[in-house]
Design a protein around this ligand. Sequence first.
Ligand code: ZN
Length: 159
Amino acid sequence: MFRIGIGHDTHRLVEGRPLVLGGVTIPFNLGSDGHSDGDALTHAIADAILGALCEGDIGVHFPDSDEQWKDAESMELLSRVVWLAHERGFDIENVDANVMLERPKLRIYIEAMRENLAKALDVDVGCVSVKAKTGEGLDAVGRGAAVSAQAVLLLKQKQ
Ligand SMILES: [Zn+2]
């Protein structure tokens, strides 16, 4: 049996915060505002897993109001969500994700993101696709005010 899930996340870009995407810290003068490290890509993927499980979203599992998750590493949150999927009898089959950021260019960081995500998802790196997009100068991403990510993910019931 297969289950499909979708995830989406947006974070405002502000000064004085790190820019973390797929567990990779990217040198830039702006970073993601947010309670955890603000890793929009990892949050979108975690939400896709929870969606496939019909388990709500990461806001339910790791609430902003809980000091435990303040400045938490999103990779750790993702690992916990993957553990939940395994508990429910599912493995991750594959994930396809888009990360939308106007600047800086993400191309040179994509492989490191895929490797980090594959490790957390307990899959081969060949099952993790990350594509970098810009906002073409339009919308909040295009104005350089936000970073967004989308993910579609398939779960497969363990044999
Ligand atoms: Zn987020």
